[in-house]
Design a protein around this ligand. Structure first.
Ligand SMILES: [Zn+2]
Length: 237
């Protein structure tokens, strides 16, 4: 991949981490599970997407892997069939906010609450189940966001392995970044859509995904739901 792009991805990742540390002290946000077992959770953000989500689902089926899809409320409204497909194939759906505002964490709490609750309702209206987890746009969180999510009984899931696939760093880079950093309990972040970032093409992710899954399975890793890494509250809400 181009050197500048690599640098940019690293810089952005470090920036995310710095913001998290400054504003939250990392409390109330899950980055990974604490386990010695060879298990990881695969997560996909920003969908559902009519072109790429079905292709991601086909790959996951091929390897018999289940994942969690953090969906944007507006995307779910536009493409409800994608929500139904993800659910019917046995995957979990998480809440990735209504409009994916990068400044969500700094909105007044009542507006923040509306963005998250409305997404809960959008997804519930489509598939009859409320998401049990929240992931903030860009992974940015604040004390207010942590408080709102605690009140809504939604654990905030960040992640521990990010390949920056949303900014098209190259298939090899995505594969290498994930495989070189994965450890037990990791939560891997990839994207099955990406219109929000302006980089809509997910073909690199689609090319990288089978290689990543196969290599990790060969190394003895099992792909698990977030439940196995984190203990969420009851579904009744
Ligand atoms: Zn996102």
């Amino acid at each position: 991949m181009p050197f500048q792009a690599t640098k940019a991805v690293r810089f952005v990742s470090l920036f995310f981490l710095a913001v998290l540390l400054i504003f939250t002290g990392c409390q109330g946000v899950f980055f990974k599970g604490q386990t010695e077992e060879k298990v990881v959770a695969l997560t996909f953000d920003d969908g559902p997407d009519p072109v790429y989500t079905p292709q991601v689902l086909a790959i996951l089926d091929r390897f018999n892997v289940r994942a969690t899809f953090f969906m944007i409320g507006r995307q779910a409204q536009t493409y409800p069939e994608g929500v139904r497909q993800v659910q019917s194939r046995g995957h979990e759906i998480g809440n990735h906010s209504l409009r994916h505002l990068f400044y969500l964490s700094w909105l007044p709490p009542d507006r923040m609450r509306m963005e998250i609750r409305e997404t809960q309702e959008v997804i519930y209206r489509i598939n009859g189940e409320y998401p049990r987890y929240f992931r903030s746009p860009m992974g940015w969180v604040s004390k207010d966001l942590i408080a709102v999510c605690r009140e809504l009984n939604l654990p905030i899931i960040n992640g521990s392995v990010k390949a920056g696939d949303v900014s098209l760093p190259g298939t090899e880079y995505i594969i290498e970044t994930v495989l070189s950093s994965v450890q037990s309990g990791d939560i891997i972040i990839l994207h099955d859509a990406g219109g929000v970032s302006g980089f809509k093409d997910r073909s690199q992710t689609l090319d990288a995904l089978p290689v990543i899954i196969k290599k990790l399975q060969d190394q003895g890793y099992r792909f698990v739901f977030l439940d196995e890494l984190i203990h969420p509250p009851s579904k009744d809400r």
